[in-house]
Design a protein around this ligand. Sequence first.
Ligand code: NAD
Ligand code: ZN
Length: 351
Amino acid sequence: MVPRVVYGKGSFDQLGDILMPHRKNADAPCIFLVDDVFEGTDLISRIPLIFNDQLIFISAEEEPKTVQVDVLVSKIRNDFTEPPSGIIGIGGGTLLDLAKAVAIMLNNPGTSCAYQGWDLVRKPSLYHVGIPTISGTGAEVSRTTVLLGPEKKLGINSDYTIFDQVIMDPELTKGVPKEQWFYTGMDCFIHCIESLNGTYLNAFSQSYGEKALALCKEVYLQDIDASESREKLMMASWHGGMSIAYSQVGVAHAMSYGLSYLLGVRHGLGNCLVFQHLNEFYPDGVALFHKMLKRHNITLPKGITAKLTDSDFDTMITVSLGMVPLWENALGTDWMKIMTPEKLKSIYQKI
Ligand code: NAD
Ligand code: ZN
């Protein structure tokens, strides 16, 4: 679990005080990895840069890649005589995952793709802080950093991945565009449905999943004011992340990974595209999802897989069926009898 959390409107301004005890000396900088959507905004002037700290703007247009992590790590190693005092990620799941991966790789040898999997990281990562600016993925709380590698899209799952400190300031999510708000928020909603309906469920995960689901229903199905909604969605994201940390996600995520690997479809949207067709597996959740779509006038793109070849479908199916723990959680140990490649293809074809 994340050992230190600060929550509340305006809490971002505590960052300077929080970092101070972790600064090793004037030559060991803090490196701020910041979503470039904030370039030129007031948030940048509030970042507590001192000594030779470095601010690196990164686009979240594409999801993080192992090569991108390796390039960042070698740049940081080349730019400074000393290892940094800390890595601070400011942004959505993309920036949070990059910060986690860079912090791991600064203290571990080789390339990041060698660590995609479960518990392959040997040495503790560098001190790292996560500051979410959009709510839903739960990346601020999870023990994974999801990376697109040369062969697979898979997380570096380890105890060392977890942030040392998280700052949750709901005001930072103010500028999120409506559709993105919906897609990333639905990632949280889908985490809850997949966790609560999975065979891995236990009282720990259930307690967080139920709270997150209740918060999602308030945010997406009730009339609440914008400020309260931002606060609730931020906490829903946290609880949804906690819920899957001790269980697993399910069918939508397993399939969405295939879409994302082949077509680069972003995580939140990919989950929505798949989830709309999963009535057979999550009837109550899918019915709620359609209500939310309608209430917020969201029209999902169509025809995403219309032009794909058989070999494209095979690639997506291989990536998806490789997510064994997700299928096992969703459908039990005999999952292969239920989710055959043909069945999977028929769902992909609907998207
Ligand atoms: P994101 O980080 O990809 O950002 C989505 C868009 O929102 C970007 O265009 C970004 O610039 C913009 N944005 C972010 N904050 C904003 C703000 N305050 N104002 C205006 N625009 C803003 O979105 P995401 O959905 O949070 O993250 C998706 C990524 O998270 C994927 O790479 C996915 O694999 C990863 N993920 C990780 C975990 C985990 O546990 N580590 C879990 C789920 C998803
Ligand atoms: Zn997710």
